[in-house]
Design a protein around this ligand. Structure first.
Ligand code: SF4
Length: 190
């Protein structure tokens, strides 16, 4: 299969998902980009839940992200919390309302139905293949990986269920290591 064909499939999938996000978001008066920002904040760790984290992940301008976050804040979907150690840093936390909203909207119902219709082996293969494609694109374009701790060179397993980040010099819980991080750096340095 040519890479053009691959591009066509991914573009079509992106269109379908964006349309579904538009429909889901309309129920809450949200644009797709505002839903995407909430989705990112539900998946990222405490080093990444900042306006700059959202900006880098979504690849938008600071102005657009600032407007997006203001809308989410005015609708009661995020809280802004100052960092305990560094008051210049603001953490963006989901509220109960936004968690409920995301439970309904993500994964997109259309995608969830299609995925559940696949055999287990196909589900695993599909996710692994897409992950590999994403990693390859990020590495070959020297983009931030936004990966999780278990593939990061800064992660140390101290003992079962206890981890330590050598970059931030802080302990990580089993829950922390499931979340994506803007400081993630794989063994190969990407
Ligand atoms: S180990 Fe890596 S991915 Fe995990 S918190 Fe530290 S820098 Fe981020």
């Amino acid at each position: 299969m040519s890479s053009k064909k691959l591009h066509q499939h991914i573009e079509r999938l992106s269109n379908l998902l964006r349309n579904e996000a538009r429909t889901s978001g309309m129920d809450y008066g949200l644009q797709p980009i505002q839903l995407e920002a909430l989705c990112y904040l539900s998946n990222c760790n405490r080093y990444s839940d900042s306006p700059i984290g959202v900006t880098e992940y979504l690849g938008l301008t600071k102005g657009t992200v600032s407007q997006t976050l203001n809308v989410l804040h005015s609708k009661g979907l995020i809280r802004r919390i100052s960092d305990k150690k560094d008051k210049r840093v603001t953490h963006l936390k989901l509220t109960t309302a936004s968690k409920k909203l995301l439970d309904k909207a993500v994964p997109a119902p259309m995608l969830r139905r299609a995925y559940e219709g696949l055999q287990k082996e196909k589900q695993i293969r599909l996710v692994n293949d897409l992950k590999q494609l994403l990693t390859t694109i990020q590495r070959s374009n020297t983009m931030k990986s936004f990966g999780v701790c278990n593939t990061c060179r800064f992660n140390r397993c101290i003992e079962t269920g206890q981890y330590f980040c050598e970059l931030t010099q802080e302990a990580l819980s089993p829950n922390d290591i499931q979340l994506i991080c803007r400081e993630h750096s794989s063994e190969t340095g990407s």
